[in-house]
Ligand binder design. Structure first.
Ligand code: AHR
Length: 500
C-alpha cells in the first residue's frame, strides 16, 4: 500500500494565500463579457461586474487578481481607461485578435472588482511601449492620498481615497511580447522604472516584481539577478520583491497544442508529465535565486501557469477559449501541490486566466455560467491558504504512464490550518484503478475526517447544457485505523481530506 508519512509537528513555512491567485487580461472574453458586462446589461451585475461570477470567485476565496496583462499590459496606456466612458479612447488589441478595445474597464473598474471580490491587487505596468513618466503617474494617481495633480484627477473621476496596490509588475515577458529585450538590458530598464514606482503610502509599500524567465530559461534568471544584485546590492535590496516565472503546459507544441476535450490516453500522460516539470523548473530557478538571495527575501511569482490547448472549434483563434476537463483538474491539483511544497520561495501564483481564457475556472455564454473542474479543485484547496506546510512524503508509489511519459501514481501536500485542522490534498494521476493510501501521523490520533473528491471520465467536462457533470463529491469509505487514515483514491482524481 502507498504510505503518506506526515510529521505534523514539523512546520516548513506558511503557504501564502496568493499561491491561489488568478490572472485576468484584456484578452478575448475574459474581462469583457466574462467579468464586466456594464451597468446597463441584462446580465445581473453590480456596477457592471457580473454577480454570478463575482459570487463564485468569492466562494473559491480568490486571494489576488493580476491585471491588465499579459502581453496586453505592455501596450496598455492607463490614461485611456479613466474618465467618462463615452470619451475614453479606443485602441486595437494587437496581441489578441486585433479587436477594438473601448477601455470601458479601466483602473477604477479594476479596483471596484477587487473590492467586490475582497481580494488583493496586482497591477502589471507597461515597460515595452510606455514611458517612465506614464508609469510613475499611474502610481501617483492610484496611491497618493494628498493634494497633487494626479490625485486630484482621481478625485474628479469619482474616487476620493487612494487605493492600495499590493503588487506591481514592472513589465511582462520583456524577453518577448514586452519588448524583446536582452536580460542585461531589461535589468537596467527595471532599475530605472522601479525607481519611479514611489512608495507614497509608507505603511503599505508596493511590492515590485521584475520580469523573470519563461520555463527553462535559466540564463535569464542568472543574468538579470547578476546585473541587479552584483552592484549596489544593498541599495537594490528593498527595491525588488519578486521575480515572475511563466510556465504553461502544452501537450504538444506551439503549432499543434492538442485538443482540450478530444485526447488519447497517451496525451493524458504527456500532459501530466509536462505539468510535473513545474517542480524541476521552480527548483532550478530557486537555486539560482539562492546564490544571490540566500535569505529568500525575493519571492518567485508564478504569475502565469496552466494548460494551453488549441482553441475550441469555431471560436476566434486570438481569444484562447478552451474547455476544461478532469485532465485540467489534475493539472491544477499537481501544480498547487508543487507550489505548496515550495512555499519558502513561491509566494504568489496566478493561473491563466480567470474566465473564458486558457485554463479558466469559469466559462460564460451570455447570461449563463459554468464552473469548470479546475474551479472545483481551487475551491477544495482553499483551506491551504495561510496554513502551515507540514513535512510529508510518500513511499511505495509506483510509476504509471505510457512510453516515455511516466508519472508517479500519486502526488500530495499537507498543511495545518490555524484552527488545527490538517489539510491533505492527494492526486491520483492514473487512468486506471483506484489507489489505496495510508496516511500516518507521528502522534496525532484523528477523531474525525471529511473527504471530498473531483473525479470522472478523463475528458469529462461541464457545458452550459450539462453544468454539473464534474463537481465535488463526498468521498466515502475513508477509515480511521490504529495505523492512521486509510483512503481509496479513485482513478483520475483530486482529493481533499480535512483531519481533526
Ligand atoms: O496568458 C496569455 C499570454 O501568455 C499572456 O498575455 C502572455 O504574458 C503569455 O505569453
Amino acid at each position: 500500500m502507498i504510505k503518506l508519512t506526515v510529521h505534523e509537528n514539523e512546520k516548513k513555512g506558511t503557504i501564502a494565500p496568493e499561491i491561489y491567485g488568478h490572472f485576468s487580461e484584456h484578452l478575448g472574453r475574459c474581462i469583457y463579457e466574462g467579468i464586466y458586462v456594464g451597468e446597463n446589461s441584462p446580465v445581473p451585475n453590480v456596477k457592471g461586474m457580473r454577480k454570478d461570477v463575482v459570487d463564485a470567485l468569492k466562494d473559491m476565496a480568490i486571494p489576488v487578481l493580476r491585471w491588465p496583462g499579459g502581453c496586453f499590459a505592455d501596450e496598455y496606456h492607463w490614461k485611456d481607461g479613466i474618465g467618462p466612458k463615452d470619451k475614453r479612447k479606443r485602441m486595437v488589441n494587437t496581441n489578441w485578435g486585433g479587436v477594438v478595445e473601448d477601455n470601458s474597464f479601466g483602473t477604477h473598474e479594476y479596483f471596484e472588482l477587487c473590492d467586490q471580490l475582497g481580494c488583493k491587487t496586482y497591477i502589471n505596468g507597461n515597460v515595452g511601449s510606455g514611458t517612465v513618466q506614464e508609469m510613475s503617474e499611474w502610481i501617483e494617481y492610484m496611491t497618493f492620498e494628498g493634494e497633487s495633480p494626479l490625485a486630484n484627477e482621481r478625485r474628479a473621476n469619482g474616487r476620493d481615497k487612494a487605493w492600495k496596490v499590493d503588487w506591481f509588475g514592472v513589465g511582462n515577458e520583456n524577453w518577448g511580447c514586452g519588448g524583446n529585450m536582452h536580460p542585461e538590458y531589461y535589468a537596467d530598464v527595471y532599475r530605472r522604472y522601479q525607481s519611479f514606482v514611489k512608495m507614497y503610502d509608507k505603511e503599505n509599500p508596493i511590492k515590485r516584481i521584475a520580469c523573470g524567465p519563461s520555463d527553462f530559461d535559466y540564463d535569464w534568471t542568472e543574468k538579470i539577478l547578476n546585473r541587479l544584485f552584483t552592484r549596489c546590492y544593498d541599495h537594490l535590496h528593498g527595491n525588488l520583491d519578486g521575480l515572475s516565472l511563466h510556465y504553461y503546459t502544452l501537450p504538444h507544441n506551439w503549432d499543434h497544442k492538442g485538443s482540450a476535450t478530444d485526447f488519447t490516453d497517451e496525451e493524458w500522460y504527456i500532459t501530466l508529465f509536462k505539468t510535473l516539470k513545474m517542480d524541476e523548473i521552480i527548483t532550478k530557478h530557486s537555486n539560482i535565486m539562492d546564490k544571490y538571495d540566500p535569505k529568500k527575501i525575493l519571492a518567485l511569482i508564478v504569475d502565469e501557469w496552466g494548460c494551453w490547448y488549441d482553441v475550441e472549434e469555431g471560436t476566434n483563434p486570438g481569444f484562447l477559449y478552451q474547455q476544461n476537463t478532469i485532465r485540467d483538474a489534475l493539472v491544477a491539483g499537481i501544480n498547487l501541490n508543487i507550489f505548496n511544497k515550495h512555499c519558502d520561495r513561491v509566494r504568489m501564483a496566478n493561473i491563466a486566466q480567470t474566465v473564458n481564457v486558457l485554463q479558466s475556472v469559469i466559462l460564460t455564454e451570455g447570461p449563463k455560467m459554468v464552473l469548470t473542474p479546475t474551479y472545483h479543485v481551487f475551491r477544495m484547496f482553499k483551506y491551504h491558504q495561510n496554513a502551515e506546510l507540514l513535512n510529508s512524503f510518500l513511499t511505495g508509489v509506483a510509476e504509471t504512464g505510457l512510453g516515455e511519459n511516466m508519472v508517479p501514481e500519486v502526488t500530495e501536500s499537507v498543511s495545518k490550518s490555524k484552527d488545527g485542522t490538517i489539510n491533505v490534498t492527494l492526486n491520483n494521476l492514473s487512468l486506471e484503478g483506484e489507489r489505496e493510501v495510508l496516511i500516518a501521523f507521528d502522534d496525532l490520533k484523528a477523531s474525525s475526517v471529511e473527504a471530498e473528491v473531483v473525479t470522472g471520465a478523463m475528458n469529462a467536462h461541464n457545458t452550459f447544457d450539462k453544468p454539473e457533470v464534474v463537481t465535488t463529491e463526498k468521498l466515502d469509505g475513508v477509515k480511521i485505523t490504529d495505523e492512521g487514515i486509510v483512503v481509496k483514491l479513485p482513478a483520475r482524481s483530486v482529493t481533499l481530506l480535512r483531519v481533526r
